[in-house]
Ligand binder design. Sequence first.
Ligand SMILES: [Zn+2]
Length: 92
Amino acid sequence: MIPLQGQSLREFLQGQSLNFMKKDTHPKYDLNTKATCACGAVFMVGSTMPEIKMEICSNCHPFYTGNEKIMDTAGRVERFNKRKAASVKAKK
Ligand SMILES: [Zn+2]
């Protein structure tokens, strides 16, 4: 069940699904799913989805860019802080 030497991951997974997995119970695992980020970056990933859209990725996430600016879109940080304040109040 481990990849043979010289065998690509694709070949390995295809062999797995043919020989070891139950038929008709598994969604199709596509190794060429196009994952598009809001920042414009595009990745090819393995997924059961035909296409993936994401809001943040390793190309634009502050953890990877070293940019610590919080991206506050549509006042989400403000809304979160309000909810947090409300829940602290409710506990008392
Ligand atoms: Zn991104």
